[in-house]
Write a protein that binds this ligand. Structure first.
Ligand code: FNR
Length: 398
């Protein structure tokens, strides 16, 4: 008669059975497959960088990049607007060679695509804007450097070859603003764009929730930062309510003041109405960027694409009109060009590339957009940028 099985012996037998069974490795393997971070060359489109970016950066950094103001209505509308525009293809056309180059402010661009100014790239990669610039230059794309960059403009300029543009936030004093512009010009920036849509710091609810998390330390990797934040005494959270001034006192006179020492073309970024576009031309702007700041300042502002036609009409070709907001596909770029933009800027996608794969990711994001634009041009019978016109689109804006 076999000895009765003790509880301990039963557990041991069960453990031995599991160790020898194919069930457990199969479980773990499927989990590994699930958690696998795809390699860069698996990325089929720009959207696919976003979940990899999310997995690799701190939560506060992810939220800072993704957020819109308040209910994020305008953030969503920026994307939705592209669905209201249909492309009208012309089938019989010789598109055996495609030329995506264009000219802006006397400068040749290989593609009508720029990297939009976005602040604080060290949250996404230890080398921040230096790495973004390397990726943009490798993709033969001009980067517009933010006034809120994590590195000084001369260091960013020196990190790679190729032209740079500069985005300006007016500072508290005229001298401070002048110093910023002069530094940018000394570093070789060929355009300065003043952002005009930031009267007060906006109410960013995702950041208000995150104020209880540790603030990201620029340059720290996620793992190092997490270890550090556990040791660090939590800082008092920023006040969640109340107004914080940014540029509440801008007047049209600023263009004249800037003109005194700005030797390069001067753009206004953040125009959303025909009337402001007309005033920008009258006050001597060399170009405008139709933009709602990626839905980050005024919620329920219109999408930039839906106001582009009226702005283009008001400007009447006197100065170039550029656009940003929601550009994620080559067909989006084609639609914006057909509605009158001379070039587009992309904000979040290069940051997804940066946080996910560094400079190589930035480069790939831009190259995907370039290739998709070439394909869209080919399939609509347009061999160069000059041949893209209004007849290419049918518009159903609500
Ligand atoms: C921005 N944007 C921005 N604009 C600007 O003029 N100066 C700045 O410092 C910043 N900073 C910034 C940070 C982050 C994380 C984002 C996402 C955006 C706005 C930016 O230039 C551009 O207008 C939008 O990002 C365009 O929309 P998409 O392409 O992100 O949808």
């Amino acid at each position: 008669m076999p000895a009765p099985l003790t509880r301990r012996a039963a557990c041991r037998r069960l453990a031995a059975f599991l160790a020898g069974s194919p069930l457990l490795p199969a479980q773990l393997a499927s989990r590994a497959e699930h958690d696998r971070i795809p390699a860069l060359d698996e990325m089929a489109n720009v959207f696919e960088f976003e979940p990899v970016f999310r997995a690799k950066v701190l939560r506060a950094a992810y939220d800072f990049c993704s957020l819109g103001v308040d209910a994020e209505f305008t953030l969503r509308r920026n994307r939705e607007a592209f669905g209201w525009v249909r492309l009208i293809p012309r089938a019989v056309a010789d598109v055996s060679s495609l030329d995506l180059s264009t000219e802006l402010f006397g400068q040749k661009l290989d593609f009508p695509i720029l990297v939009a100014p976005t602040a604080g790239h060290q949250q996404f990669h230890p080398e921040g804007e230096l790495e973004t610039r390397r990726g943009a230059s490798a993709a033969r794309t001009i980067m517009m450097v933010s006034s809120g960059a994590s590195y000084p403009i001369d260091k960013i300029a020196a990190s790679a070859e190729g032209p740079l543009w500069f985005q300006l936030y007016a500072r508290d004093t005229p001298e401070g603003t002048q110093e910023r512009v002069e530094n940018a010009q000394a570093a070789g920036c060929r355009v300065v764009a003043l952002t005009i849509d930031v009267q007060y710091h906006s109410h960013r609810e995702r950041l208000l929730h995150n104020r209880h998390l540790a603030t990201p330390v620029p340059g720290a990797s996620a793992a190092r930062e997490q270890a550090r934040s556990q040791r660090r005494k939590p800082e008092p959270p920023p006040p969640p309510y109340g107004l914080r001034r940014q540029n509440p006192d801008l007047t049209w006179g600023i263009l004249q003041a800037l003109r005194v020492y700005t030797k390069v073309p001067l753009l206004l970024k953040g125009v959303l109405t025909a009337e402001d576009a007309r005033l920008a031309v009258e006050h001597g702007a060399d170009g405008i960027v139709v933009s709602n700041h990626g839905g980050r300042y005024l919620d329920y502002a219109p999408s930039s694409l839906e106001v582009l036609p009226e702005i283009e009409e008001a400007v009447g070709g006197r100065i170039p009109v550029l656009l940003d907001g929601g550009i994620r596909r080559g067909t989006d770029i084609l639609k914006a060009l057909a509605l009158g933009a001379k070039a587009v800027l992309v904000g979040r996608p290069p940051l997804w590339g940066l946080g996910a794969y560094g400079a190589a990711g930035v480069r790939r994001v831009l190259e995907i957009l370039q290739t998709e634009l070439a394909l869209a041009m080919g399939h609509t019978g347009r061999r160069d940028i000059a041949s893209i016109d209004r007849s290419l689109v049918a518009v159903d804006f609500p």
